[in-house]
Every structure is written in structure tokens, then in C-alpha cells.
Design a binder for this molecule. Sequence first.
Ligand code: FE2
Length: 300
Amino acid sequence: MTAIHHDSTLSDDARRARLYAGDLFVYSSVPAVLKLVELAKGMIRETFGALDPELAQQHLPVTEYAAKLAALKPAFIHHPECKKLLPEILTAVGCDPEQTYFDVPRMRTSTSDGYLTTGIAYAFHPHRDTWYSAPLNQINWWLPIFPLAPDNCMAFHPQFWSNPLKNTSSGYNYQEWNRTARYAAAQQIGVDERQQPHAVEPVQTEPDIRLLPSPGGLIIFSAAQLHSSVPNSSGRTRFSIDFRTVHLGDVLALRGAPNIDSRPTGTTMGDYLRCTDLSQLPTSAMAPYDAGPPQPALGG
Ligand SMILES: [Fe+2]
């Protein structure tokens, strides 16, 4: 059973407990989210000039398009305003800023009709972030920049919350990925040669769940939730933002979602910054996570 909580008034502690049990949360309108969306929109418009950003893919050679994204995305990720707006968003929806640590927000694009689905605009196959060395207590936050549509959004596959999938996560190490593949993203046009964790058995992706909050809204889900990019056939490029958090109390207590099939090594624990002072988690709190998650209880 996967419950979808809409504009929930649960406390953050209660919400995280539900997220670790596989529930999804959607908020329809958060003013601080809208501020982040406006910041992103401004940068996107600057990048594409007179072109409508959602339709620019129809007017630009793919290499030129990829080059624009390669400049836009890091500029957004490292924009100083983001480090102010993320704590504002998290506090607005009830997170304790002393206990909550976030990583930098990523801007994602999903072009329509297979125009560019590799490298800088990688189209995500069904995956759990925990296959990518995220801890089991990571929470994912996702928000659209322009309106979504059923054929232009992300999808959840909650039937795999408790059903393991055979996958290649054991070959993934986050620290190693950072040293090598991530920086090659912009060069991956046509075929993406970077080895990403993926299922090695057929994945029955439908029926799936597609949540379509308006810009200014947001979706929250566990890093252990199987999710994917819906193949975009809408004619428009999707622009979205996502970021991740962990809660210090959960990190210390080793509390989080159950591990059913994630076997990566390494950890993303070093990426999160505390809302209040942008400090990293204490080294002693991160240490139990260094080698990757504890082995899954089930198969997969
Ligand atoms: Fe993901």
C-alpha cells in the first residue's frame, strides 16, 4: 500500500516515518518553492534568449542545445541564492533546520521525442537513488519549473517498494563516480557510456503513479522508492529541480527505509549541508555509512 499525502499537516518526524514506509507526499503551493522556480526560470530564459525554453529543442542543433545546458545547470546548482532558498523551503514545510541537511539542487531537463536523452539531459530509467550510494534515510524533493503533463513528468513504481529487483548497484561507488563519470556528462550525446546502476530483469513499470503538482508545488519521496522519467512525448522539454535531505536524528539512529536490493559501496553522506550554518554532518555520524548501506534483507 502506498498512500499519497496531499498538503499534509503531519510533523516532519511523522512524515519521515511515512516516507520510510513507502508513502508519497505532494504539496500544492509553497511560496519559497515558487521563489526557487522563479530563480530557475530567469536563468533558463537567459540561456535560451528569444526562444521558448520548452520548445527550444525544435530550433537548435543538439550539440548547441547540450552546450547551453552544460553552462546553465552548474550555474544554477552553485547559485548562492539556492543555499538560502532550500533552507527556506524545508523550514516552510516543517523540517527542523538544526537537524536537516540538504545537498545542492540539481536542474534536470527531459527533452521530448528522444531529442537528447543522454549525458547532460540523461533520461532516468527506473531506479532507486539508494542504488547510487544514497543512504536509506535520504529523502528526495522534486519540483517542476513549468507545468507538467501525464506524458511529461516523473513516475513512481511503488509495487517495487517491497519487491526487490536484480540490479547492478554492487558495481557502483559514488566516490569513484565523482572522480570519473560525472564530469563527462556534457560529452555524452547520442550514446551514454557511463555505467549507471540499473535493473537486470524486466521491470513492469505500469501501472505507475504520476503526480502533477503545478509550479510552486513539490513532491517528496524516499530515496528507496523506485522512480523513473516518463518518456517525454509532449512536444515540450521538461525542466525540473530536485534535491535531497537527511535528518541528523535518523542518521545517528541508523533509521531509514528498509534495504531490499541496494548494494552500492561509498556514500553521499558527505554532500549534505545543515540548513542553519551549511556545515557537514559530524564525521562520527557519517562513519557508519562510509562502506555503503547494510546488506539487503531480501534478495534482488
Ligand atoms: Fe532519482
